[in-house]
Write a protein that binds this ligand. Structure first.
Ligand code: BJW
Ligand code: ZN
Length: 248
């Protein structure tokens, strides 16, 4: 990580009024949760269309549940890392002028202390009945191999799979936050999945474009839109930034 870049990003943050953050799997990598598209990532061992699509669910719901039972168990065995902690500190500092939009389903931002979290792709902590639509908070307790609702219907993970709509109210809140921020942070996402990635363009296309800052190990599809970037593990770059700002 380049110390000059840390200073540049700190200057941007110092003058920020309204912050919107988009996070992805990379922010949880240092907690021990695998990302999706890395060579040792989740999609390396699973065909996406088998475990994260409505068609996969129709074909073999037990295979899908086995994948999510393992994901739930993993989420329950890890802790938020220093990157999550900094994002919680920023919310404390900026209050309702800070919105965290996440593609993650692991609940680690909430466990780190963020309250204003918009989950775009659902939550590992919830099930949804395929018959009556009831959404239930299930924590990370062990569930039946094929969970059922009181109405008798089969429950599925309350996760947004490929080809499915994002929860409309959450999407609407996320676009409003991206459209009204003056600083937009992109943390640990490859920015290849839409519509989540389009929030970056939304922030940039305002009449007064937001300053865009990327935190990632590498450059990504978002990099062309970025005003400054800190390239290294976000569990190190975010604490370095907060330290430079003397906000820690
Ligand atoms: C670190 C790090 C460290 C590592 N520090 N960084 C427009 C164009 C083309 C296609 C589409 C389009 N609009 C819609 C689509 C279709 C589709 C889509 O986007 N496809 C593309 C992949 C081509 N989108 C959808 O289907 C969405 N629905 C939708 O659009 O509905 C309307 C519609 C319907 C039908 C047709 C058209 C429109 C739904 C998307 C749902 C995504 N669901 C998943 C799985 C479920 C969640 C789960 O089980 O956990 O969500 S896919 C998976 O990808 C997961 C993630 O949330 C999502 C994003 O991945 P993420 O977080 O970016 O992870 P990685 O692994 O890709 O990247 C990790 C990054 O971290 C890397 O950059 C690393 O370098 C970095 N990193 N360690 C910092 N320590
Ligand atoms: Zn039901």
């Amino acid at each position: 990580m380049n110390p000059e870049s840390v200073k540049t990003v700190a200057d941007i943050l110092r003058s920020a009024n309204r912050i919107c953050v988009l996070t992805g799997a990379g922010v949880s990598a240092e907690s021990g949760i695998p990302t999706f598209r890395a060579s040792d990532g989740l999609w390396e061992n699973h065909a996406i269309e088998d475990v994260a699509s409505p068609q996969g669910w129709q074909r073999n719901p037990q295979l899908v549940w086995d994948f999510y039972h393992a994901r739930r168990a993993k989420a329950g065995s890890v802790l938020p890392n220093p990157g999550h902690a900094v994002l919680a500190q920023l919310e404390q500092r900026f209050g309702d002028r800070f919105t965290l939009v996440t593609q993650n389903v692991d609940g680690l931002h909430q466990r780190a202390g963020n309250r204003n979290v918009i989950e775009l792709h659902g939550s590992l902590y919830q099930t949804r009945c395929t018959e009556c639509g009831l959404v239930r908070d299930r924590g990370l307790e062990a569930l039946d191999p094929m969970p059922h609702c009181a109405c008798g219907g089969v429950e599925r993970p309350n996760i947004v799979w490929f080809g499915e709509m994002l929860p409309p109210a959450n999407w609407s809140r996320a676009t409003k936050a991206a459209n009204s921020c003056d600083v937009f942070l992109i943390v640990g996402t490859s920015a290849v999945v839409y519509p989540a990635a389009s929030l970056i363009q939304t922030a940039k296309m305002q009449k007064r474009p937001a300053r865009i800052i990327e935190f990632n190990l590498t450059e990504t599809d978002a990099t062309p839109y970025v005003d400054a970037g800190l390239y290294g593990p976000s569990g190190e770059s975010l604490p370095a930034l907060i330290h430079e700002l003397q906000w820690d």
